[in-house]
Design a binder for this molecule. Sequence first.
Ligand SMILES: NC(=O)c1ccc[n+]([C@@H]2O[C@H](COP(=O)([O-])OP(=O)(O)OC[C@H]3O[C@@H](n4cnc5c(N)ncnc54)[C@H](O)[C@@H]3O)[C@@H](O)[C@H]2O)c1
Ligand SMILES: O=C(O)C(=O)C[C@@H](O)[C@H](O)[C@H](O)COP(=O)(O)O
Ligand SMILES: [Zn+2]
Length: 362
Amino acid sequence: MASSQTIRVNLAERSYDILIGSGTLDVFPQFMADRNSSTHVVIITDSNVDDLYADALGDSLTEQGYEVQMMVVDAGEESKSADAAIDLWETMLAEGADRGSVVAAVGGGVVGDLAGFVAATFARGLAFVQVPTTLLAQVDSSVGGKVGINLSEAKNMVGAFWQPMGVLVDVNVLGTLPAKEFAAGMAEVVKYGVIMDLDFFEYLEQNVDGINARDPEVMQKVVERCCQLKAEVVEADEREESGRRAILNYGHTFAHAFEAATEYGQLLHGEAVSMGMVCESRLAERIGLIDAAATERQVKLLEALSLPITPPELDPEEVYRLMWHDKKVADGKINFVLPTKIGETTLTSDVKSRDVLAVLEG
Ligand SMILES: NC(=O)c1ccc[n+]([C@@H]2O[C@H](COP(=O)([O-])OP(=O)(O)OC[C@H]3O[C@@H](n4cnc5c(N)ncnc54)[C@H](O)[C@@H]3O)[C@@H](O)[C@H]2O)c1
Ligand SMILES: O=C(O)C(=O)C[C@@H](O)[C@H](O)[C@H](O)COP(=O)(O)O
Ligand SMILES: [Zn+2]
């Protein structure tokens, strides 16, 4: 294993490390042994990641004397469903998983959210680790403990806060990621810059070529910075109670409605977030919170990273209706995370429906 860095997520007895480096998959058995004494590991992965990485990780555990149960779901957002969770629970039971088993999520955000949800609920809760294999999962979904599944009208509507025992990030796996998936991960990366780190946003602007070429040194820095920022936010507000964690939802009020309106089949989550951030920045402009130049700066960076910024043709009223399923709705109002400048956001419910509809109408 080449150089690596460890970022600690401090959450009292739920604290854990994120190990980030090149070639870290080689230490998977040791990583597991250091965190739990169980010898029964349930690996949950998807139909693409199975052959690419999960099988080999399973073999490396078997060689060390572990009993491994391998479970493969169909690749794609459709697997973040109640049906998929039921299949996993039933199979785990049939094949001997018990309270002492450990779940390892090996894959992107879909696998991480689904496997984490199954871990949180099977036998009232199993220990689990995250081995994120997409950029999006490495910079965002594997950290912070939000796990869950979708309902047809509401993204991530059924779930839990269930922290992993550890997160093992190998940036080498980004090499096999399709271009569209890599770009989708960059949307969440840009999000961190807009919500809380102007210097990081500028670093991204200055390193677009290195990012698009997936330069290992640049990508190691990008993943590390995002994980540091997410760890800080999660440590401050683990269960999204004080409002601090809500900043990670920038772009998501619109994004989740776009995903539900297109039945989770047309847009990647990161693509929807890219469109959602532009919409929410335009909404902030309309109510006088930010200047147009700051939105254009986001548009320019997102486009340079090959991300879409214009939502598909959808009925604005229907998208607005779906926004009411957002988990930030409280006291009959939608709370929006809106940028006030690059590097700063505010949480506000003081938004008129006509402004939201005007943004959706374009
Ligand atoms: N829990 C959280 O905090 C959080 C944060 C952000 C996003 N999410 C969720 O994450 C999901 C999106 O995750 P995603 O973008 O990783 O999508 P994904 O899990 O569907 O993975 C994208 C695609 O890449 C493939 N893949 C994965 N790793 C690969 C690799 N190394 N090489 C080649 N192909 C690979 C997968 O099989 C899949 O086809 C959404 O459901 C979103 O809601 C959750
Ligand atoms: O970790 C968080 O908190 C986030 O909001 C990160 C988001 O990128 C992610 O998409 C999350 O799953 C959205 O959460 P939700 O509570 O709006 O479903
Ligand atoms: Zn997201």
